[in-house]
Design a binder for this molecule. Structure first.
Ligand code: BJ8
Length: 431
């Protein structure tokens, strides 16, 4: 019998009735989308377990950490340096939300035509449905897109002043880099004050190593998806990337490494989740926060494989490596800042590096088609679809542009468009 967490949730001031409803919907969706997949690797059992305990065991662990006076830092963006949070023994939790929840409440505070991701994090808070938000000591926002930037002002009110905003520059020139390095220093100071711990070289090195190994494991998973047939489904790989934002990083790396060992064996035997020669899709665009599995479910439901995500819940999160050959805290913080400037979000202008990434990933993963995914009203990614198409067109790879939200209303229409796209893709592998 599953453990009863009601006392814990009510202690976190959550809406127990609505929460029970949400968990019911999520459990059903997970069964239908995930557990019905065939040929899944054994190693996915750990991730199934993590999901089954997403608001249970992990929250218990976080509350235990708080008893040990560790601080819980909620984040919304891959620009927030995880190394610094770990260097003060903090717990880093990604708070982005991927389900249509509390929308009516959220729309009392923000315009209807705001992206679903912003509406969802506001909605989860307003509807009393997110135990993670409730456990945070600090919530880190950032000046990336206008929607987020302004929503954080309201979110700060709703969370009793927990929000701290990092300024992310718009351009990656020398001035932008200087601004960012100073922001990262300011953030390190903030964490030291909050935790009452000074970042020292040993701690910074240790934290950098933990994050480096997590990134390495995610990079390894990404490389394994280049094989035909892919040894793991796009749905499972997406889930692993989503879990990477809130699981304990050391345990996550260990479990993902075990899974990758199993995938290596599958590759040697030519075992995959689909037939060899199945159509291979790269997805590029806005992030897919948990439990946003909509597009992958449609594509893989049509017997194609999603082989990569040029996205923050995907490659953008782990692609850049940190130069950890630093010998002082100051140098380390600067190298950390520089590493994060190497992420290619559409909030930057110009952002040619992202276009290069799309081309490189299409080639490396042998994708036969690219689907550009933008959350409705996500202006930066909707705009960049134009340039992304140009890059993919030059490679003579079919390109499909999709704008959608978290609702299920357009599922039928999307399925029809994706089926037609797969049909015209031809043999499906780009050499
Ligand atoms: S680095 S993509 S995580 S900002 S979907 S809220 S962009 S309107 S999430 Fe992002 Fe950091 Fe960039 Fe990545 Fe705005 Fe678009 Fe909504 Fe978005």
């Amino acid at each position: 019998m599953p453990k009863d967490y009601k006392t814990m949730w009510s202690g976190l001031d959550m809406n127990l009735t609505a929460h029970e409803g949400l968990l019911g919907v999520l459990t059903d969706a997970y069964k239908n989308i995930y557990l019905s997949q065939r040929n899944r690797p054994e190693g996915m059992k750990y991730f199934d377990f993590v999901i089954s305990e997403v608001h249970g065991l992990r929250i218990e662990e976080i509350l235990e950490a708080k008893k040990e006076k560790r601080k819980v830092i909620g984040t919304f963006c891959v620009y927030v340096p995880e190394e610094l949070i770990l260097a003060v023994d903090g717990v880093d939790i990604g708070l982005c939300a991927g389900a249509e929840v509390g929308t009516d409440e959220a729309e009392k505070y923000i315009p209807r035509n705001t992206c679903a991701l912003i509406k969802a994090f506001m909605g989860f808070k307003l509807a009393g449905l997110c135990p993670y938000i409730q456990t945070t000591d600090l919530i880190v926002g950032e000046t990336t897109c206008d929607g987020k930037k302004k929503a954080y002002e309201i979110f700060n009110e709703l969370t009793g002043g927990k929000v701290y905003v990092m300024e992310v520059p718009n351009k990656k020139d020398a001035d932008g880099l200087l601004l960012w390095r100073n922001e990262v220093k300011r953030f390190a100071k903030k964490l030291e004050e909050l935790s009452n711990k000074k970042i020292n070289l040993e701690k910074l090195k240790e934290a950098s190593q933990i994050v480096k190994e997590k990134r390495r494991a995610l990079q390894r998973l990404s490389l394994l998806r280049a094989f035909d047939p892919s040894p793991v489904s796009g749905l499972d790989a997406l889930l692993i990337n989503q879990v990477s934002f809130y699981d304990d990083p050391v345990r996550f790396t260990e479990k993902l490494t075990e899974l990758c060992d199993e995938l290596d064996e599958r590759v040697k035997k030519g075992t995959g989740v689909t037939e060899k020669g199945s159509k291979r899709i790269l997805i590029s665009g806005s992030p897919m926060a948990i439990p946003n599995w909509k597009l992958h479910a449609i594509i893989e439901g049509c017997k194609a494989s999603v082989v990569g995500e040029e996205s923050c819940v995907g490659e953008r999160n782990f692609m850049a490596s940190l130069d950890d050959g630093f010998s002082s805290v100051e140098e380390g913080i600067q190298k950390i800042a520089d590493r994060y400037m190497n992420i290619h979000c559409a909030c930057f202008t110009p952002n040619e590096e992202r276009m290069k990434d799309i081309g490189d990933m299409t080639r490396r993963l042998k994708a036969g088609g690219v689907i550009h995914y933008a959350i409705q009203f996500c202006t930066p990614y909707m705009m960049e679809a134009y340039k992304a198409k140009k890059v993919v067109d030059i490679m003579k790879v079919p390109f499909l542009r999709i704008e959608t939200d978290y609702s299920m209303e357009d599922m039928g229409q999307l399925k029809t468009r994706i089926e037609a796209f797969l049909e015209m893709m031809g043999d499906g592998v780009h050499e």
